[in-house]
Design a protein around this ligand. Structure first.
Ligand code: UD1
Ligand code: UDP
Length: 367
């Protein structure tokens, strides 16, 4: 059997690698070890547990308000140590986190081939998103297998001079995750969400990016308050990231409004339920842009640039940045005119992020 280590550290890596782990474990040729760096603790185990998975090795590195230096050095040493203790034939990493880059570097130092899932995404701005753009560029450079989710990602890799023979366009594994979650929750399991099941409209907001910390996050919160103030019937659901830097601002800005449900991160199926049932999503998340496009939900992207242009080109996502007036005016345009929303979504032909069988292609290629 070929031993593959799947190294993950954060919530989105868990959600997007779960279908790959399940697919590889379904094949007798492979034995898979899930190596969690523990860059995220509770958010990682919450995401994994929905898929019936847990970490075989957990380095548990997370510290409150951890620095990038700390994450990089402790993942490099910890993952390196786990490779030395039990060397895999190959390592799989996902996306653009500091776990992704540092784990790839640990593999490179030991001449262990790396497969990069979700390779080739580019915003072409090294500081936005920060540090993710640099993480993914460096990981692509290290990787021996580049699993690009879209044709656009493949073109980016070729433009970087990477060998076409290393690249396979697979679709994004997030569509596989959504396929697994589809239809499971007709209604939410989290009790606080039951008040949202009466059919009245609500907005879903998530925000956590480093470049939005502080003032931009306060502007995002003010925009939400203004949108709600103009609409008596509208409510909002805000599942807050566990990062205290984010929670401090959100709690201070939004905590007093009785029409806003401020809660802990939701289990994946409840979050999918919320995406499916809300009127509009405001988010700076990478994964949410892909999921919302797959679910045909409009998203105002709270960023100036995106490495997922397919979502914007398809029409379901609009880049609005973090300017309060821009967010409120774009939200007004979509919320006050249902036909504008329909027109926006009608332009989306097919799912630019894949068909839900990316993991199968990745496993076939590894075979
Ligand atoms: C990280 C990734 C980002 C990704 C995001 C997904 C880096 C540098 N950043 O950002 O690319 O989009 O995850 O959510 O890799 N915390 C907890 N419990 C948890 C998780 C986090 O308490 O389960 C708190 C801790 O205080 C921690 C802080 O959040 O220090 C920040 O976590 P960190 O992983 O450094 O950054 P994220 O903003 O989560
Ligand atoms: N998500 C979740 N519960 C929540 C919020 C988000 O399960 O309360 C999922 C979401 O469906 C997506 C992923 O978390 O798959 C996105 O993670 P995040 O926004 O933290 O990271 P990013 O994608 O920006 O790196």
């Amino acid at each position: 059997m070929i031993r593959i280590d799947v190294v993950i550290g954060t919530r989105p890596e868990a959600i997007k690698m779960a279908p790959v782990i399940l697919e590889l474990r379904g094949r007798s040729a492979f034995s898979v070890r899930v190596v969690a760096t523990g860059q995220h603790t509770d958010m990682l185990s919450q995401a994994l547990s929905y898929f019936g998975l847990f970490a075989d090795v957990n380095l548990g590195i997370m510290k409150n308000r951890q620095s990038l230096d700390y994450i990089t050095s402790s993942v490099l040493e910890g993952v390196g140590g786990s490779f030395d203790a039990d060397r895999p034939a190959a390592a799989l990493v996902h996306g653009d986190t500091t776990t992704t880059f540092a784990a790839s570097l640990a593999a490179f130092y030991r001449d262990i081939p790396v497969g990069h899932v979700e390779a080739g995404l580019r915003s072409f701005d090294m500081r936005r998103p920060f540090p993710e753009e640099m993480n993914r560029v460096m990981t692509d450079r290290i990787a021996s297998y580049l699993f690009a989710p879209t044709e656009g990602a493949r073109r980016n890799l070729l433009r970087d001079g990477l060998d076409a023979k290393k690249i396979l366009v697979t679709g994004n594994t997030v569509v596989d995750a959504l396929r697994i979650a589809a239809g499971i929750n007709a209604s939410p399991l989290e009790p606080r969400l039951l008040s949202l099941t009466d059919g009245a409209p609500f907005i879903l907001l998530t925000a956590h990016r480093r470049e939005s910390w502080g003032e931009p996050m306060r502007r995002i919160c003010s925009a939400l308050l203004e949108i709600l103030a103009a609409r008596n019937e509208m409510r909002a659901l805000v599942p807050m990231h566990k990062n205290p830097v984010v929670r401090d601002v959100m709690t201070a800005s939004l905590g007093a409004n009785s029409r806003i449900i401020l809660c802990d991160p939701l289990d994946y199926p409840d979050f999918v339920w919320a995406m499916n049932n809300c009127s509009l999503i405001l988010s700076d998340s990478g994964g949410v842009q892909e999921e919302a496009s797959s679910l045909r939900k409009p998203v105002l992207i709270l960023r100036d640039v995106t490495e997922r242009p397919e979502a914007v080109e398809a029409g379901s996502c609009i880049l609005v940045g973090t300017d309060k007036d821009k967010i409120t005016s774009e939200a007004d345009a979509l919320l006050s005119d249902a036909s504008a929303r329909e027109r926006l979504l009608a332009r989306c032909a097919g799912n630019p992020f894949g068909d839900g069988f990316a993991s199968r292609r990745i496993a076939d290629a590894l075979s």
